[in-house]
Design a protein around this ligand. Sequence first.
Ligand SMILES: [Zn+2]
Length: 287
Amino acid sequence: MPPDKLGFADNTIDRAANRRSDPQWIEGLKRDNGSRLISFSGDRVRTAGGHAAHSSPADAQDPVFLGLDTSGHAWFASEESFEGGHNLRSIAVGGLVPPEEMGFLAQARSLLAWHGSRTFCSNCGARLVMRDGGYRRHCEGCSCDHFPRTDPVVIMVAIHDRRCLLGRQASWPPGMYSALAGFMEPGETIEDAARREILEESGIRVGAVHYIASQPWPFPSSLMIGLIGEAETDAITLDRLELEDARWFAVDELRAMRDGSHPGNLRCPPPMAIANLLISVAIDRCG
Ligand SMILES: [Zn+2]
């Protein structure tokens, strides 16, 4: 059954960040009979009986350590090549595994994607080696350390006079409208980044910005920062390189889009995506 809550946001695993730098502790966990390994092929994993399929990590080469679950089992993940399985987006939209497993699948996917793209040191070109259970890559050539990255993305619904601003990209399914979003740039506050993105894409000036929630988005390593903005202008000037359309939607129309009852078949992203939550909050705030 499709989930009615945010995907990837319910990670209950204990990352044991203060112990994972001990290689003997990690090695002991790898060989423990209760420990589990999830294999990824790109962003696909296999499922079995409503859970992420797992095997023993004992023979895996450099698996990343995810943490300890609430029963004390250690979870690892590694990359291999196989056919079949489901990609993370399908798993999240379809609710194919419990929410807490979605959380550590996102964690695993972002970490593995980072390792896959950081074979060599960007400082001296030497080959990097994995440390700290996968949360650091160390260069034995120049001794520098490399750490996993998380890329912040601001995503915002702007409100003006009981209407909400949504847009769509040409590549999206027909009728789909969502909150406007974009990557943060160096030296920006969250508020500045959100105001800039909205202004660039729609020509709308936003004043006050309110934080609502955040969501890990493992495609491959984003963090969605969900916001509501108070628009100070309402004349839209579209950036056609970014968006196919942007419009102000009245609350009643927006509610129909969210609930799947819009007469013109316009719709919003599903509840697993933070845009859906932001739209619901915006509807409530418009009253
Ligand atoms: Zn180096």
